[in-house]
Design a protein around this ligand. Structure first.
Ligand SMILES: Cc1ncc(COP(=O)(O)O)c(C=O)c1O
Length: 317
């Protein structure tokens, strides 16, 4: 296999065990599928799409919807084929072979995997014994790194760095800082408003978890428009398909669980809708205490993690 790079040959294949059952903690999927009436509406919408055409490159309609729901500038939103693709875009755009990516351990395995694929060095900041983030250690390692990326709440521990801690980190490091908020709906606070003040901060979100659309492959990034414009150049064109975009639009147009207010749709708790100084719960300082932890059987997150949804509102009906 000499036609391939040794670093690729050295990698373990990315596998996820497909366990039967309702709550799958190794992938943190929502246990419930969309209600049949929503699926029917989605299918009707798909019939209106020209399948022979490439999708809208900037996913404009979806971006407009997210922009309105999140009260965030549309130019600061980048939609991709799951947040995994966005993670790959970030590493591609920010890191070269001589650069360093800093993350936490245990943490979401994809950061390290993408770095290994691209030949980027990784440095890991160990979580404390109780799984809380060691912010000082993260800051020390983050100095001089091209990318500092971590999930908050973290997969697989459910622990978080509160916005005050993210701000402290941002004041200390020069590289790109990515806060992966895949599980923000189970936590409440967000670092989103900090993107208005820090040109090197991006926030990752996904439709795969609380939104229950893991099969779609749709994630997005929120950041300062000038930065997002540049990051978009490193992302594959047309990676968010027309069908994905249409399904997401249909789902976002509906109130969650019959609630009267679409603004409270899952994925966008009211407390996270304020990048520009409206209602916000961005008041924490430092790292939050561990609220949930793994069973301790492994220090390495599985491909998709296992615990952030545990103890959350996600449950089997
Ligand atoms: C922290 C974190 N980020 C990103 C992802 C992947 O999200 P997506 O399905 O949008 O690629 C996961 C999935 O397990 C995750 O745990």
């Amino acid at each position: 296999m000499s036609c391939l790079k040794p670093r690729i040959l050295r990698l373990e294949a990315y596998t996820v065990s497909q366990e039967p059952g309702c709550v799958k903690l190794n992938q943190n999927e929502a246990p419930d599928d969309l209600p049949p009436e929503v699926k029917r509406a989605v299918l009707a919408r798909l019939g209106d799409i020209a399948w022979n055409r490439y999708p809208s490159q900037g996913a404009e309609a979806l971006v407009r919807r997210l922009s309105a729901d999140l009260d965030f500038p549309a130019e600061g939103i980048l939609v991709g084929n799951g947040s995994n693709e966005i993670i790959q875009t970030l590493v591609t755009a920010a890191c070269g072979p001589d650069d360093r990516l800093v993350t936490v351990t245990p943490g979401f395995a994809v950061y390290k995997r993408v770095a290994a694929t691209l030949g980027v060095g990784v440095e890991e900041s160990p979580l404390r014994e109780d799984f809380s983030f060691d912010l000082d250690d993260l800051i020390a390692r983050g100095r001089g790194a091209s990318l500092v990326i971590f999930a908050s709440p973290n997969n697989p521990t459910g622990t978080a760095i509160e916005p005050g801690g993210v701000e402290k980190l941002l004041k200390a490091v020069d590289g790109l800082v990515a806060v992966d908020e895949a599980y923000v709906e189970f936590h409440g606070s967000t670092a989103l408003r900090l993107t208005a003040e820090h040109e090197n901060l991006v926030i990752l979100r996904t439709f795969s978890k609380a939104m229950g659309l893991a099969g779609l492959r749709l994630g997005f990034l929120l950041g300062p428009p000038a930065l997002v414009r540049e990051l978009a150049k490193a992302k594959l064109p047309f990676s968010a398909g027309a069908l994905q975009q249409a399904v997401a639009l249909e789902v976002l147009a509906r109130p969650p669980n019959g609630s009267a207010s679409r603004k409270r749709s899952p994925g966008y708790p009211a407390s996270t809708r304020s990048p520009r100084g409206r209602t916000s719960s961005c008041s924490g300082s430092g790292t939050s205490p561990p609220r949930r932890s793994t069973n301790g059987s492994s220090r390495e997150a599985s491909s998709s993690g296992r615990s952030a949804a545990r103890g959350s509102r996600t449950s089997c009906a």
